[in-house]
Design a protein around this ligand. Sequence first.
Ligand SMILES: [Zn+2]
Length: 62
Amino acid sequence: MTYSGDDFYCDMALSGKVKINIVAETEHVLAFHHTKPFWPVHIVVIPKAHVPSFTDLGEHDE
Ligand SMILES: [Zn+2]
């Protein structure tokens, strides 16, 4: 399945729609092996809350 949206992490990884190999998980953060790794070891760490952009964090979620 090819994902064509603009928020793979929330829509696919966090939602459980695509199978991910979880490395670590906390209340706020999820770390998993990249589904299409570029590097031999390629782990993605994402916030569980949707963050549009690091340049658009606003006052919350610092
Ligand atoms: Zn998101």
